[in-house]
Design a protein around this ligand. Structure first.
Ligand code: CUA
Length: 155
């Protein structure tokens, strides 16, 4: 493989990693606050979607009677009375789907008051990771083709 060919190949690979459509929607990590409204016998929204690695503040607001929300896998257990929201902040660092369940008896259908927390792959993070790997592989290949070591140029 010639040097120009290798350069073109790795440039194309890097661009592909950057722009290729992935099966889930991208979302920036960082901090995020999600307000969950609880009312007999459901949460709104019923499904919370956050990117992996986000620092999530969950705010529980009770609309009618006292409700709770528990996420066992994250050790979260909040109880909110009407007019008095409860909040918890944690790192959503485990990917997957986690069950939300009401942790306070709030009526006859309390056991069925459920929701979901979905922690999705963090696309910007994985794309950046992928580009870094491609760039490193490209630099190593170019150096090998060149025959003598040389500091890598700008990515
Ligand atoms: Cu809501 Cu129990």
């Amino acid at each position: 493989m010639k040097r120009a060919g290798a350069l073109a190949l790795f440039s194309a690979l890097g661009i592909l990693v950057l722009v290729a459509p992935w099966p889930v929607s991208p979302a920036p990590a960082g901090e995020r606050e999600v307000i969950v409204r609880a009312r007999q016998y459901a949460y709104t929204p019923g499904v919370l979607r956050v990117p992996e690695g986000v620092r999530l503040t969950l705010v529980l607001e009770a609309d009618d009677v006292t409700h709770g929300v528990r996420i066992d896998d994250y050790g979260i257990d909040l109880v909110a009375e009407p007019g008095s929201p409860a909040r918890a902040t944690f790192m959503a660092d485990r990917r997957g789907t986690f069950r939300l369940r009401c942790s306070t008896v709030c009526g006859s259908l309390h056991p069925f008051m459920l929701g979901e927390l979905v922690v999705e792959p963090n696309l910007p993070m994985w794309r950046a990771f992928g580009v870094a790997i491609v760039a490193a592989a490209g630099a190593v290949t170019l150096l090998a083709l060149r025959g003598e070591p040389r500091p890598p140029g700008p990515a």
